[in-house]
Design a protein around this ligand. Structure first.
Ligand SMILES: Nc1ncnc2c1ncn2[C@@H]1O[C@H](COP(=O)(O)OP(=O)(O)O)[C@@H](O)[C@H]1O
Ligand SMILES: [Mg+2]
Length: 424
C-alpha cells in the first residue's frame, strides 16, 4: 500500500522512472521525504511523533496487524523482514530505510544497497550491532576498552577460557540475543556446557528464536566477567554528512537483562570521564560509519575502567528519557540523521531526568492507572506502547525531571510501580 502524496520538484512519478518510484497521486504540492521503517515495535511507534513534526512520510513494514507501530501507521505493509522479495518490494519508493530492530539479515541489507537504496545505518556499520564477535574484534582493533574475550567452539574451550581468565565468566551468543536472552554467567567448568546446549536446542540466539535471522553463523563468545558497580550508556547520533551530537551519559539499571531505569546524567560521573566516554562513542560512530543513533552500552568496573559492553544502532531504551528530558529527542535526531537534516540540541532540559520502564505486571489495563499517576504528578510524562500486558514485557515507560535527583527518582518509580500494579 503506497502513500498518497504528490507534486513538487522532488516528485518522482512511476511513469517517469520506469515504475521504480512511489505511486503518487495529487494531494499537495510537495513530496515529502519517505522513511521506510522495518519492524513494528515501540521504537518505530515513537518515531511517528517527530516524523509528523518534521513533515516526513513514514512507510512501515510490520510483522502483523495490531503491533505497536502498526496501530499508529497509515501507510503500512505486513510481511516477513527476513524475506528478500518482501523487503525489496517494500523499499521501492522509500528515500531511506531504517529500523526498529537489528534483525534484518545482513545479506538482505547488502542487496538493498546494491540496488542504490539508502540503508541507514548501512550494512557495514550495522553488522557491529548484529554480531557481538564482529563488534568485539573491531573495537579491540580500534583500541577501545573491552572485556577480555574469546570465541569458543565447545564446552572444553569455554572451560579453558575460565581457567585462564578466572571464574566466573560470561558466555553470549554472537547473534540473535536481546534483553538478556542469550547471555549466561558461567560459575565454573561444570556449567560450561549450558550455552552450547541452549544453542543446539534452539533456546538461544541465532537461526531459531524470535528476533533471529540476521544471517551468519552463530558463535559463542566468552568474556571476562566484569565486576561492575554500574552500567552506563553513551548515546550519540551521526548524520550522513558527518555531523554528530552526543547526549549526556546515562546510568542504566538492568533487571534480569531488561532495562529497568535510567538516570541522566549519570550521578557522580566526573565531567572529565563523561567527556572521555562521549568522545569514545563519537569515535566509534565515526570509525564504523554509523548513521542515526548509536547507543554504546558500557560497564563501569570496580577498578574504574569504563568498558564497552555492546552497541545498538537505533533509538535505544536508555535514550527514552530524551523524549521529554532533552531539547531534541533521540527519535527526532535519528530521523533528522536518516533524512540528512541538521541535528538538534541533545542537552537536557532539567538537572536530572529519570526514566523507568513499565513492564507487564498485575495491572492488565494500563489506562486504569493513568488517572492516579497523572493527577498525582502533573509534570510526569507517560508513554504507553499499545501492547498487551504480558509478564515482564516492555509495555511503556514514565519520565520525571527536575532539580532534585531523589525527588525525581521517587516520582518516576512510584508512577511505574503504580502502572505495573505493584502499588494500590
Ligand atoms: N562481560 C560481562 N561482565 C559482566 N556482566 C555482563 C558482561 N556482558 C554482559 N553483562 C551483563 O549482561 C547484560 C546483557 O548483556 P548484553 O550483551 O548487553 O546482551 P543483550 O543483547 O541481551 O542486551 C548486560 O547489560 C550486563 O548487565
Ligand atoms: Mg545489551
Amino acid at each position: 500500500m503506497a502513500g498518497t502524496y504528490v507534486g513538487g520538484p522532488r516528485d518522482v512519478r512511476p511513469e517517469q522512472d520506469g515504475g521504480r518510484g512511489v505511486a503518487l497521486s495529487s494531494v499537495s504540492d510537495a513530496r515529502p521525504f519517505v522513511v521506510g521503517i522495518i519492524g513494528g515495535g515501540q521504537l518505530a511507534r515513537m518515531m511517528y511523533g517527530p516524523a509528523i513534526r518534521l513533515g516526513l512520510h513514514v512507510k512501515l513494514l510490520a510483522e502483523a496487524p495490531g503491533v505497536s507501530a502498526a496501530q499508529v501507521a497509515h501507510d503500512v505493509e505486513y510481511g516477513d523482514y527476513t524475506d528478500p522479495a518482501t523487503v525489496l518490494a517494500f523499499a521501492e519508493g522509500c528515500d531511506a530505510i531504517t529500523f526498529d530492530h537489528e534483525h534484518v539479515p545482513t545479506t538482505l541489507l547488502q542487496q538493498l544497497e546494491e540496488r542504490g537504496i539508502a540503508v541507514r545505518p548501512g550494512s557495514a556499520a550495522l553488522v557491529h550491532a548484529q554480531d557481538k564477535v564482529v563488534m568485539r574484534e573491531r573495537l579491540s582493533a580500534l583500541g577501545m576498552p573491552c572485556p577480555a574475550f574469546q570465541v569458543v567452539a565447545s564446552a572444553e574451550e569455554l572451560a579453558a577460557f575460565g581457567e585462564r581468565i578466572g571464574w566466573p565468566v560470561i558466555a553470549k551468543t554472537s547473534r540473535g540475543g536481546y534483553d538478556g536472552k542469550g547471555v549466561w554467567k558461567i560459575d565454573g567448568p561444570q556449567q560450561a556446557g549450558e550455552p552450547f546446549e541452549a544453542l543446539a536446542s534452539g533456546e538461544a540466539g541465532g537461526g531459531t528464536t524470535a528476533g533471529s535471522g540476521t544471517s551468519g553463523e552463530v558463535q559463542i563468545l566468552a568474556e571476562e566477567f566484569v565486576d561492575f558497580t554500574r552500567e552506563l550508556s553513551a548515546l550519540v547520533v551521526r548524520s550522513p554528512s558527518g555531523q554528530g551530537v552526543t547526549y549526556p551519559v546515562s546510568e542504566t539499571y538492568q533487571d534480569r537483562g531488561i532495562c529497568a531505569e535510567t538516570l541522566t546524567p549519570a550521578p557522580g560521573l566526573t565531567d572529565e570521564r563523561a567527556v572521555a566516554t562521549q568522545q569514545m562513542a563519537l569515535r566509534i560512530a565515526e570509525e564504523l560509519g554509523v548513521v542515526g543513533v548509536l547507543a554504546v552500552e558500557l560497564m563501569e568496573a570496580r577498578d574504574g575502567r569504563i568498558l564497552v559492553n555492546e552497541l545498538a544502532m537505533r533509538p535505544h531504551n536508555t535514550g527514552h528519557w530524551s523524549i521529554d528530558g532533552a531539547h531534541t529527542s533521540q527519535f527526532e535526531n535519528h530521523l533528522r540523521a536518516i533524512a540528512d537534516l541538521p541535528l538538534g540540541d541533545p542537552a537536557s532540559r532539567a538537572s536530572w531526568t529519570v526514566m523507568v520502564n513499565v513492564l507487564g505486571g498485575s495491572r492488565e489495563d494500563l489506562a486504569d492507572g493513568l488517572l492516579h499517576v497523572l493527577s498525582r504528578d502533573p509534570q510526569l510524562k507517560v508513554e504507553l506502547y499499545g501492547k498487551a500486558v504480558k509478564a515482564r514485557r516492555k509495555v511503556g515507560h514514565v519520565t520525571a525531571y527536575g532539580p532534585d535527583l531523589e525527588d525525581v527518582r521517587a516520582r518516576a518509580q512510584h508512577a511505574a510501580q503504580y502502572l505495573m500494579g505493584d502499588l494500590d
